[in-house]
Design a protein around this ligand. Structure first.
Ligand SMILES: NC(=O)c1ccc[n+]([C@@H]2O[C@H](COP(=O)([O-])OP(=O)(O)OC[C@H]3O[C@@H](n4cnc5c(N)ncnc54)[C@H](OP(=O)(O)O)[C@@H]3O)[C@@H](O)[C@H]2O)c1
Length: 279
């Protein structure tokens, strides 16, 4: 089985890496905050000293970090490699801009790597269950080569076009996600200010054509006043900025960008649905 190196052991990275271990893959891990690797090491993963150490020892390198800046930091290490790493495959699963994927692809191709952008839809629960939806940009043959790896992380891995298209699809989906979060928050606040119990409204929504997993999970979180970050609000604010930079300029996208950006300073570390405190 291919030896996999996994960089970025945050909320999503840890359960994803655990699924690779469960799938029987030999696994090396690296994280800026080293302690976050402890659980994986006790389950059998090997700890790399640095990104370079990991890159040199792995055949496939998965990157799951926060944003463009984090990706840039990690990828600077690829430039420190003394000899080309022919045929190694880098799968960047972070939600980042299509532009950085295209740049990283150019840089890495010169170093002998293949690059795929493969951001995911789904959250902590789906990462734990291995039921993420993975959208992939890059060469078809390379995608086919790593599909078994992606299948141990998700229920669907779909190649949709050239490098960067996975990131574009992800920004489209996350724009829609922000509309749902803001919409749910506004509907609850509107009803509640007029005396309707939030539990009742949520029951009606969940039984209606609008009921879906997102409404159920986030509705429950609102009822329990549990705003611990499953998907941090700062990440959706970042994604809306990335979509704007990519050229989205529609009424809902502009409204969501303004709402989530305004909320970021105070609610950024809480879950996306903490937006209800701002609406
Ligand atoms: N959470 C979700 O529900 C969800 C769902 C789909 C997609 N995503 C996307 O998946 C990615 C990871 O999300 P997450 O929720 O796992 O985020 P997270 O818990 O905040 O973890 C972020 C990871 O990036 C690393 N990192 C951040 N800045 C860095 C830097 N400058 N240099 C090196 N490493 C850096 C962090 O290292 P440290 O541990 O040292 O801070 C950590 O490993 C994001 O792009 C997010 O938008 C998240």
């Amino acid at each position: 089985m291919m030896k996999i190196g996994f960089i970025g052991l945050g909320k999503m990275g840890v359960p994803m890496a655990e699924n690779l271990l469960r799938g029987g893959y030999p696994l090396l891990v690296y994280n800026r905050t080293v302690a976050k690797a402890d659980g994986l090491v006790s389950q059998g993963a090997e700890l790399a000293d640095s990104p370079i150490d990991l890159i040199e020892k792995s055949e496939v390198i998965i990157v799951m970090v926060a944003d463009d800046e984090a990706v840039r930091t990690i990828f600077n290490d690829f430039d420190k490699l003394l000899s080309p790493e022919k045929g190694k495959i880098v799968i960047n699963m972070s939600t980042v801009s299509p532009g950085i994927s295209r740049k990283m692809n150019d840089r890495l191709t010169r170093k002998g790597f293949h690059y795929l952008d493969a951001p995911v839809s789904g959250s902590l629960k789906q990462a734990q269950e291995g039921s993420l939806v993975i959208m992939v940009g890059g060469d078809l043959a390379i995608f086919e080569n790593v599909k078994p790896i992606l299948n141990s992380l998700g229920k669907l891995a779909m190649r949709i076009g050239e490098v960067g298209t996975g990131n574009v699809a992800k920004l489209a989906i996350n724009s829609l996600l922000s509309f749902h979060a803001q919409g749910l928050a506004e509907a609850i606040n509107f009803a509640s200010e007029r005396g309707i119990a939030t539990a009742d409204l949520l029951e009606l929504i969940n039984q209606s054509a609008l009921g879906n997993i997102f409404m159920k999970i986030k509705g429950d979180a609102i009822l329990q006043e549990n705003f611990n970050p499953v998907f941090a609000l700062k990440h959706i604010a970042k994604d809306l900025r990335l979509a704007k930079a990519e050229g989205i300029d529609s009424p809902l996208a502009n409204a969501a960008l303004s709402t989530f950006t305004a909320a970021e300073a105070t609610l950024g570390e809480e879950d996306i649905i903490a937006i209800i405190k701002q609406c």
